[in-house]
Design a protein around this ligand. Structure first.
Ligand SMILES: Cc1cc2nc3c(=O)[nH]c(=O)nc-3n(C[C@H](O)[C@H](O)[C@H](O)COP(=O)(O)OP(=O)(O)OC[C@H]3O[C@@H](n4cnc5c(N)ncnc54)[C@H](O)[C@@H]3O)c2cc1C
Length: 469
């Protein structure tokens, strides 16, 4: 029998447990145990219900184009609980000199695809608009080495596009700095477009034309984001319900992993057990610490992956005079602490009672290094002050709630993919070791689920199964 230890009970660890359990119930000769450090499962996924308001402490949704998220929800019987982002009402603003300027239609991330909205938007100066027009003539760059997203966007569209679009958009996703994030790891599609075509504008327009000509009539494109009616916690709860309680051990503060001759020894709560495979489903710094005695090279590589801390402040209002749309992004150059604010009641249905409004403000240690020294009250005060200055929102909220996460957002810095390839070479040469979660190939919820699914496929490929009848 193959025994598997899963260390970490966030979405990655729980998904690994789910896929292993599914194989076990189907007759695979295996057994698994999940060891979680804290007193709760789900990691950064946590939802609070408050008088009809759905408050997300961590992720509020996942990208629909990445299939692993919705597929797992379907398998868990949550198909009828899936909700789509309200893309028809999607309008996002960028704060420019304390004024909210809508992102013009046809700007696809940072690539302009329509002339008139670009020509008329106050988001860009005349010099940047001219730069966008001439980007069409850029030629291919087959051997482009990795570089920062900031440098990549600057080469194509100039500094203003970095400051006003790339920086706030990526800060909203990674809580990080565009001057450090790797273009190969974070924007692989754009890096590929540059290699193939040179011009991102030309490549994007060609891709859109291809998509239009191959579109099947009557088939709607998926929504940008998918979530669950009562919040992302539903996914965690469904996973927990699908797993035997006896295989999950909570509050395992001092897990120690050792490589033995033919197997792995995992020590926790004073006892040592043998396993044939170990899945580390923890953030890279924790994985680095766990592997200290196993492989110093891996520990070094994992320690090189930086994480930023983040905070989300939810503010609920009965009445609030807000602009149309889903919210706004705040460029670093505006000198504010807040990075983004989502108008939750507009982005998703079912998240607020009646006509009430729910705002979710996002902060990161990449902008406020001392972020975690702020109390929940301090964060709420900062959010309310900045909302007053940006939106003129002075009314008293019904309630506020702040959530803080210590080093939870992985930063894929320049050279990330080369370092990951080196670590994966070491892992391949260390039988039974698997690292899943947000350290290597994507920080989104579906990426973490996919990493768990692939690890389980690898682990179970050699496990004996009952013969088909
Ligand atoms: C504020 C915020 C907003 C986000 N928004 C989105 C979003 O909207 N959409 C999206 O797709 N993604 C989003 N993400 C990213 C995504 O949520 C995470 O990357 C993903 O949930 C990470 O899951 P995980 O299981 O890999 O790690 P985690 O959730 O960090 O779980 C790791 C678990 O391991 C445990 N652990 C750590 N060390 C040990 C140890 N030594 N022994 C035992 N247990 C240990 C921890 O206690 C924790 O339970 C967001 C992240 C944050 C922080």
């Amino acid at each position: 029998m193959k025994r598997v230890a899963i260390i970490g009970g966030g979405i990655a660890g729980l998904s690994a447990a789910y896929y292993l359990e599914k194989m076990r119930r189907n007759g695979a000769d295996l057994q698994w145990v999940l060891l979680e450090k804290s007193a709760r499962l789900g990691g950064v996924i946590a939802t609070e219900q408050h008088d009809g308001f759905v408050l997300e402490a961590g992720p509020d949704s996942f990208l629909s184009i990445k299939p692993d998220g919705a597929r797992l929800c379907q398998e868990l019987g949550l198909g009828d609980q899936l909700i789509s982002s309200n893309d028809a009402g999607r309008k996002t603003y960028i704060l420019v000199k304390n004024r909210l300027v809508p992102i013009p239609q046809g700007l696809e991330f940072m690539v302009p695809t329509r002339i008139w909205p670009m020509a008329t938007t106050p988001l860009f100066s005349f010099a940047t608009k001219l730069r966008m027009a001439t980007e069409w003539f850029t030629s291919g760059n087959k051997n482009a080495a990795d570089e920062s997203v900031g440098s990549f966007v600057r080469r194509h569209f100039g500094q203003e596009m970095v400051d006003r679009v790339a920086e706030p958009l990526l800060a909203g996703v990674y809580g990080g700095d565009v001057e450090n994030l790797s273009v190969h790891a974070v924007l692989p599609r754009f890096a590929e477009m540059e290699r193939e075509s040179g011009s991102l504008v030309r490549a994007t327009l060609q891709a859109k034309a291809r998509a239009r000509s191959s579109a099947k009539p009557g088939i709607k494109s998926p929504p940008l984001f998918t979530s669950l009616k009562n919040g992302m916690q539903q996914m965690v709860d469904a996973l927990i319900s699908a797993l035997p309680k006896s295989s999950i051990r909570m509050q395992q503060q001092n897990v120690i992993v050792r490589a033995a001759v033919d197997d792995w020894q995992v020590e926790s709560s004073g006892s040592t057990e043998k396993f044939q495979a170990v899945i580390l489903a923890v953030p890279a710094p924790s994985a680095a610490a766990l592997l200290l005695e196993v492989h110093p090279g891996l520990t070094k590589g994992l320690s090189r992956i930086e994480y930023t801390s983040s905070a989300a402040v939810a503010l609920a209002y009965t009445q609030a005079d807000l602009p149309e749309g889903h919210g706004f992004l705040v460029p670093r150059s505006e000198g504010r602490k807040m990075m983004a604010c989502t108008f939750v009641h507009k982005k998703f249905p079912h998240r607020t009672p009646g006509d009430a409004k729910l705002l979710r403000c996002f902060f990161s240690s990449s902008r406020i290094p001392e972020l975690l020294t702020y109390s929940e009250d301090d964060l709420e005060k900062i959010a309310r002050k900045e909302l007053r200055e940006i939106l003129g929102l002075a009314s008293e909220p019904l309630f506020g709630r702040s959530f803080r996460w210590d080093r939870a957002m992985a930063q894929y810095e320049t050279g990330h993919l080369e370092r990951v390839a080196e670590m994966e070479r070491i892992i391949t040469g260390t039988p039974g070791l698997h690292i899943i979660g947000n350290s290597f190939h994507g920080i989104g919820v579906p990426d973490c689920i996919k990493s768990a699914r692939l690890a389980v496929e690898q682990i179970t490929s050699g496990v004996s199964q009952p013969a088909p009848v």
